[in-house]
Design a protein around this ligand. Sequence first.
Ligand SMILES: *Cc1c(COP(=O)(O)O)cnc(C)c1O
Length: 465
Amino acid sequence: MKPGIKKPRPSWAEPYKIKMVELLKMTSPAQRKKIIEEAGFNTFLIKSEDVYIDLLTDSGTSAMSDRQWAGLMMGDEAYAGSRNFYNLEKAVKKYYGYKYLIPTHQGRGAENLLSQIMIKKGDVIPGNMYFTTTRLHQELAGGTFSDVIIDEAHDSTSQHPFKGNIDLAKVEALIKKHGAEKIPYICVATTVNMAGGQPISLENLRALRKLTQKHGIKIYLDMTRVAENAWFIKEREKGYNRKSVASIVYEICSLTDGATMSAKKDALVNIGGFLATNDHDVFEEASNLVVVYEGLHTYGGLAGRDMEAMAIGIEECVHDEHMKARIGQVEYLGQKLLEAGIPITEPIGGHGIFLDAKRFLPHLTQDEFPAQTLAAEIYIDSGVRTMERGIVSAGRNSKTGKNYYPALELVRLTIPRRVYTQAHMDVIAESVIRTYERRAKVKGLKMVYEPKYLRFFQARFERLK
Ligand SMILES: *Cc1c(COP(=O)(O)O)cnc(C)c1O
């Protein structure tokens, strides 16, 4: 273990038992070579049934509990005022403390509403590293995203325990440059996805609150992985060891004005999200807008049953035992890879392991798409599906049309919640290690089709000769 980061004792184990299973399909290497070629070397374009262990994303891939499945049966499918909406509203108030709730079909629905309401043309929205859909909605609303995460976040070898933290000097410089009136809010993500699932500290959030309040700038949380962040605070931040995940989550939210949530992650459901706020004006405008984009303000594009499962998931995901096993499993896989000398982002993140493709395939230039290439190679090796988080995901600057060249060129092995076992983790580690052993022979890719928005989802590639 790294200094400063304590390993939880005693060891983790799943705080549940299995009562239903889903069989997996095995394929041969020859079949997989053909499949990945037909998918344009993009793991998003592979059929799920051709995948053995699916680490594409932790989004909407959680296993729901028997209580959540029972909740589905309690769906009140009324167009207006479904009882499940009120249960969800109660859960959001109880666990997050926000006054007003607008459900949305998923996280980006909430991002769209928040961006349309808060951002005027020419505004600047600081954030702790970009997220694909978040930044796109800010840009579509006429704003510009500005990265204010600490520099350590861009260095996959830095051992900083809170690499999601915000650099307050960067925020102050932005305020000086543009004026506080051009900064409607700062978007703070918990366990920063693009930095490798790295947490923010409460100390940092408190200091940010003090700074932004002075200038009348709001804080909106991207609370997609807030419970995982709370676990890291419990483990790493002074004074929080004895606090529950639930109480830390509540404290994080209390330092903000509202939040967007993709409930498909921490909240353990297959679909759903919301916008929450303490600001009545924002709530009123969101209630108007949601009807245009999602549905009535008491269902926001969801079935009643979906809202019920979400309400239950919100409660289950802040159980300490759940979070200990969740993060423990990711940590187990990460340690195995570190022991084999595989270059990964450290410290080990919350929702997955991020392979450093620049160090894994040092003979490829970033224009040869090292992370995209590596994801394809791992699939060919074992049928384990991962995804690119590098130059393809970063896309192009919407004004200049030039490619962004992100410092981090990563392959994400995202671990779905409550889905796979420790034996699956062993198989995954072995596949990555095998791929590492033959890395010198791996050739890069060229892009042959590029969609206009969020290109990583549908871009196609061919292998370089
Ligand atoms: C997934 C995600 C979103 C978008 O949510 P969707 O439910 O996929 O629309 C926003 N922010 C972060 C950090 C995410 O991981």
